[in-house]
Design a protein around this ligand. Sequence first.
Ligand SMILES: Cc1cc2nc3c(=O)[nH]c(=O)nc-3n(C[C@H](O)[C@H](O)[C@H](O)COP(=O)(O)O)c2cc1C
Length: 234
Amino acid sequence: MIFQAGDSDEGREFAAATADAIFSRHGTLEAGQAFYADVKGRLAKYGRGRDSLKVLPAATFVLGDTDAEAREHAAHVRRRQVSGQTAIKLLEQVWNRDLSAHDPDGPLPDVDPVAGENTVAKGRASVRMTRDPLDQARKWRQLAAEKNLSIRDLMIEVSARQTFVGSPRTVADSINDLVQRDAGDGFILVPHITPGGLDTFADTVVPLLQERGVFRTEYTGTTLRDHLGLPSLS
Ligand SMILES: Cc1cc2nc3c(=O)[nH]c(=O)nc-3n(C[C@H](O)[C@H](O)[C@H](O)COP(=O)(O)O)c2cc1C
């Protein structure tokens, strides 16, 4: 099995030419559909069928007995995920300078981001790096002023939130809807607690997906390739 994660034109082409599955961060309806159509559309020129590459966006989730309970829990989880220190680190990715002297519970820095090559954030962070830090800073200052947000509040507000939040029924319905509408072939779940964080999902959401006939009730093969419904290699 070759799993690839790339988002650039080159990365998508590489996946279309060689990968069995592509991991993406486009898990919402519109962004997911656009990514899905783009990547699947590249397969034909490599003589590959549309089912030979699975598009599997990353998805986080928070479950509750009711939608309201799940939303409340999700807000709590977000706050725990973005500590003051994390908030400063996230802000440094855009500001491109050391902000460790700033109070995360205080206002945004008065100084502007450093333009040019980012020397603070390397690697993974660059995947979601903003193209125009000065413009980003201007927008964030405006948002912080409007809503009276501290650095930490703002980072919670603007950084990724959970993909699926709700009761098991709500979550099963959204996942099924997104897959039926070609926003993905499925999702790679990223639980906020590991290793036990998938248990509730497996116990409460999976049975509902099985009821709808969109999730297997028994394995029909013995390999990951089989489980993903990929064509066999021979
Ligand atoms: C959804 C997604 C998740 C990724 N996760 C990681 C990761 O966990 N660690 C890492 O080093 N790079 C990660 N990457 C970076 C990719 O492996 C790759 O280096 C980067 O996306 C460059 O390819 P691109 O220019 O085609 O996007 C991720 C990329 C994407 C799109």
